[in-house]
Ligand binder design. Structure first.
Ligand SMILES: O=C(CO)COP(=O)(O)O
Length: 255
């Protein structure tokens, strides 16, 4: 079912101590300040080593959820340095970010690998937050829709209807990530509507209307309200601003 979600992707930031302090500030502020029936789901995605401890610190409410930033495509075994979906599930993770542009770019994750990772995540009963998004070059060449259509087709739409029900999509234009250059709400809405249309084609109208599509890329306490007011923007995948408890809480309050 379509939900409003604000997910914090901490990336490779914070120490264990800073991470615990941050999450305690966030949960306190959110519990004090976010009330009312308009439930927003909050997903905290810290680095692997802190997952178990941070998971324990999240209040036992239906609002807070734990997410990982990546996961191995392999189930278990001799894969030094890898972390499996089952391990993530066993420490309380419910979500896993997959296909982030930083993973695609710096770790050469392609559609084939991402397809395997998706299968592994779903097999462990976790929900993927699958990222798509174009570079500045692609946008300037007017190829945004073709590019994103292909990312969806080749990376995601091989899933069955039942598998796809578990998926959250994040639209993260690469030119907006960490640059302070946010997509305008109209630019975000246009791509989100396109993504929803592609889901309707690949699956059906019900799947399209049930899928949460998050925006990511320099979203902050100032622009979140405008972005979230768009009909096809169901929340945000927040990088930099998720590392500041006050900013992250304000973003959560922006619905
Ligand atoms: O990549 C992002 C979230 O996954 C967005 O990062 P920023 O919010 O720092 O631009």
């Amino acid at each position: 079912m379509r939900k409003n979600i604000v997910a914090g992707n901490w990336k490779m930031n914070t120490t264990y101590q800073d991470g615990l302090a941050l999450v305690s500030e966030i949960t306190n502020m959110v519990q004090d300040e976010v009330t009312g029936p308009n439930e927003v789901q909050v997903v905290i995605c810290p680095p692997f080593p802190f997952l178990a401890a941070i998971g324990k610190q999240l209040p036992a409410s239906s609002r807070f959820h734990l997410g990982a930033q990546n996961c191995s495509q392999k189930e278990s075994g001799a894969y030094t340095g890898e972390v499996s979906a089952k391990m993530l599930e066993s420490v309380g993770c419910e979500y896993v970010i997959l296909g982030h542009s930083e993973r695609r770019q710096y770790f050469r994750e392609d559609d084939e690998l991402l397809s395997q990772k998706l299968k592994a995540v779903l097999a462990a009963g976790l929900k993927p937050i699958f990222c798509v998004g174009e570079s500045l070059e692609t946008r300037e060449a007017d190829d945004t829709f073709t590019f994103i259509g292909k990312q969806l087709q080749d990376g995601l739409f091989h899933l069955s209807n039942e598998e796809f029900e578990q998926v959250v999509i994040a639209y993260e234009p690469i030119w907006a990530i960490g640059t302070g250059k946010t997509a305008t709400s109209a630019q975000a809405q246009e791509v989100h509507a396109f993504i929803r249309e592609q889901i309707a084609r690949a699956y059906d109208a019900e799947a399209a209307s049930n899928t949460s599509i998050l925006y990511g890329g320099s979203a902050n306490a100032q622009n979140a309200r405008e972005l979230f007011s768009q009909p096809d923007v169901d929340g945000g995948l927040i990088g930099g601003a998720s590392l500041k408890s006050r900013d992250f809480t304000e973003i959560i309050k922006s619905f």
